[in-house]
Design a protein around this ligand. Sequence first.
Ligand SMILES: Nc1ncnc2c1ncn2[C@@H]1O[C@H](COP(=O)(O)OP(=O)(O)OP(=O)(O)O)[C@@H](O)[C@H]1O
Length: 209
Amino acid sequence: MIEIDEASVVVGGVTLLPPVSTSVQRGEALVVRGKNGVGKSTLLRLIAGASSPSSGEVRINGVVVRERDRRFRRHVAAMIGLPPMAPDLTVLDHVSLVATTWLDEPREAVALAHSVIEELGLQELGHRFAHELSSGQTQLFGIALVLARPFEVLVMDEPEQRLDLDRIHTVIKALCSRRDEGATVVVATHSPLVAEKLADRTLLLEVAR
Ligand SMILES: Nc1ncnc2c1ncn2[C@@H]1O[C@H](COP(=O)(O)OP(=O)(O)OP(=O)(O)O)[C@@H](O)[C@H]1O
């Protein structure tokens, strides 16, 4: 469960995110919407622990978020922008590396890596390097890296970026299935389709006055 309590971000006197309060339950998907620059990614970074609020608090399962705490990271999988990728590892190497980092049983990890790759339609690309992918394939690869591990909270910023309509449907299905399995899901999107298919609730951010 995520609790956001009057969390705001102000940098150098500029408000990046005015105070926001909401909560998201287990098995619920919150879709964050709003115009460019309104603070969606900033809010997602707070939930993922990648930055700290200037005021207020964000808690996951009652504990204030802390990216440096491995126990916190174990519960939270986030994709905010594309992750850095190693030039000499293949798609399958990367996805397997994430899975083996978070799962104790190597056989389970390999099975999870393969199932996520298949779920996202990347099975033909497992042997490719990151620099051998198209932009949409790179986006799916980034999503695979986030899904190839256990989590309680899933945070994604504009997962629809760079994707054609079929692949957007593939990603929506993957996100809905994680929500239905009990994950707490927060997604920022500009896609009415993603919002319509995924949202149990919508948070509309507006420019601070
Ligand atoms: N490091 C920074 N210093 C100052 N302002 C910043 C910084 N990073 C982002 N901003 C500003 O913070 C505001 C919120 O940015 P954010 O990326 O959260 O918006 P967003 O709603 O995700 O936008 P988009 O829909 O374009 O992705 C923007 O006005 C942006 O210019």
